[in-house]
Design a protein around this ligand. Sequence first.
Ligand code: SF4
Ligand code: SF4
Length: 69
Amino acid sequence: MQFNNHLALCKGCGLCIAICPKKCLQYHQQNKGVYGQNAIDIDLNKCIQCRQCESICPDAAITISLKDQ
Ligand code: SF4
Ligand code: SF4
């Protein structure tokens, strides 16, 4: 699985963090999004690949590819 947070699109709204059932998303300490705010980071060890974060993101900033599981 590959998790991609497209920094040029992420506005740091936090919707993906809120919806993640495994609480594996958090604000990244260094990577900045479109407004200079902290973007999203993921703990892949906790992710169950439900793709809810991808679905809820209003800016299509998250894409998940399951091909590399
Ligand atoms: S829902 Fe999308 S825009 Fe909002 S913080 Fe998550 S990745 Fe960024
Ligand atoms: S795919 Fe599901 S478990 Fe993984 S980060 Fe997104 S919401 Fe969380």
